[in-house]
Design a protein around this ligand. Structure first.
Ligand code: GDP
Length: 191
């Protein structure tokens, strides 16, 4: 797919405020600070579309973006940030189960892993959750520009060995744009 148009629609803090299921949804998930906002900005070519945050774990909202007037990109809150309270973790779990577990409009979940630390415990838990709910998902290894060739090979192998159900694994750099076309091509298969 080619993105010709991208607009922020709304932020949702409560599941009862989700928009109608009018369009297919591609969901972006990952640990806090994994590079999710940077990837959304890079993919859409809109620098300030998703807010990159300097305070990890702060964004507790589901953000909806409308693409090409016929598809939603959905940015869900990052997980795995050590400093959040139990109450916040519970709230995140409910949001995850209520949205990612149940929403019929979800066509694909894109799980972002930091290529320097792929497949941490919380990431593997997320993969189990997605497999349990039969959600099609693919993996993006972020910040590829920070890796040596040897680290790149290691990251890919480590990911392949635990992400058995992933439909794709794409190495991505929001700095260079590496992986952008490959990822957009994958999206077409799920829409
Ligand atoms: P989020 O919390 O997952 O939305 O992560 P952000 O997009 O805010 O990024 C977290 C940090 O990683 C920021 O300092 C970004 O500049 C940096 N970052 C994100 N993507 C890349 C990338 O592809 N390459 C490099 N070198 N840094 C990145």
């Amino acid at each position: 797919m080619k993105i010709t148009n991208a607009a922020f629609v709304r932020s949702v803090s409560d599941l009862s405020d989700l928009p109608e299921e009018s369009f297919p949804e591609i969901v972006f998930a990952g640990r806090s600070n994994v590079g999710k906002s940077s990837l959304l900005n890079s993919l859409t070519g809109r620098k300030g579309l998703a807010k990159t945050s300097s305070t990890p774990g702060k964004t507790r909202l589901i953000n909806y973006f409308l693409l090409n007037d016929n598809l939603y990109f959905v940015d869900i809150p990052g997980y795995g940030y050590a400093a959040v309270s139990h109450a916040e973790k519970d709230a995140w779990g409910r949001l995850l189960a209520g949205y990612v577990g149940d929403r019929a409009a979800i066509a694909l979940v894109v799980l972002l892993l930091d290529s320097r630390h792929p497949a941490m415990k919380s990431d593997r838990d997320m993969m189990d959750f997605l497999a349990y709910h039969d959600r099609p998902y693919g993996i993006v290894l972020t910040k590829d520009d920070k890796l040596t060739q040897k680290e790149r090979t290691h990251a890919k192998r480590a990911t392949e060995s635990c992400a058995m159900n992933a439909g794709f694994i794409v190495s991505y750099s929001s700095v260079s744009g590496k992986g952008k076309n490959e990822l957009l091509d994958h999206f077409d298969r799920y829409l």
